[in-house]
Design a protein around this ligand. Structure first.
Ligand code: GRF
Length: 222
């Protein structure tokens, strides 16, 4: 099976990107990061990619008149990379439905909450305000519905009395995000994970009625 070509879209610090680079580097993901696209020139993720020798292209959304124009430019840059898999790893722009449909079944996102709880922004603060006892992150296939596509895997952390949004977010990142995202990409790269015609995610042919959990991680990702 040819190694998967993986493109990563980023806007932020690049901790998830870093986890993907490590997993590709040590062979846990049988694929190669062929390029990183960022909508922000100042995203530390861009520097992380370049420092690792991965081509990073900045397509600043502010330079475009509307979402369609931005999506078109992003789409061209993505097509040039000819990826098999597109990973939204802290990419903070909403993509239009044409773009999303083009990559259906091949594009996943990591969202920092236990979806369907807290779609959208400021998830850690909202989890605290809601008095949630558990919080976490979810990897899901990207569909037209914002943060609403079929979930693949989630990981949970307990909310502690002393938590601030920042503390909680850091724990979600280190305990959950950097584990479940590389794992999901590894499954995709191995063609073990797919989005079925009926809209359900499936792992090794088994439809996922509920998202997988940290206990379902392969040994190498624990
Ligand atoms: C992560 O929490 C991700 O889930 C969210 O944005 C953050 C990006 O962090 N969508 P990083 O760029 O991976 O450090």
């Amino acid at each position: 099976m040819p190694r998967a070509r993986i493109a990563v879209l980023v806007s932020g610090r690049g901790r998830n990107l870093d986890a993907l680079m490590q997993a590709c580097g040590d062979g846990r993901i049988r694929g190669d990061l062929v390029g990183v696209l960022s909508n922000r020139a100042d995203a530390p993720a861009v520097d992380r990619a370049r420092a690792a020798g991965i081509a990073a292209v900045v397509i600043p959304h502010v330079a475009f008149a509307d979402r369609d124009a931005f999506d078109a430019a992003l789409g061209s840059a993505l097509d040039a990379l000819q990826p098999d898999i597109v990973v939204l790893a802290g990419f903070m722009r909403v993509l239009g439905s044409g773009f999303v449909r083009r990559w259906s079944g091949r594009m996943i996102n990591i969202h920092p909450s236990l979806l369907p709880r807290h779609p959208g922004l400021q998830t850690h603060r909202r989890a605290l305000e809601a008095g949630d006892r558990e919080h976490g992150a979810t990897v899901h296939f990207v569909t037209d519905e914002l943060d609403g596509g079929p979930a693949v895997i989630q990981g949970r952390v307990s909310v502690q009395p002393q938590d601030t949004a920042e503390l909680l977010g850091d724990r979600v990142m280190t305990d959950v995000e950097i584990r479940i995202l590389p794992q999901a990409v590894a499954w995709l790269a191995d063609r073990q994970l797919c989005l079925r015609g009926d809209g359900r995610a499936a792992l090794r042919g088994r439809p996922l009625d509920n998202p997988l959990q940290l206990s379902d991680l392969d040994e190498a990702f624990r």
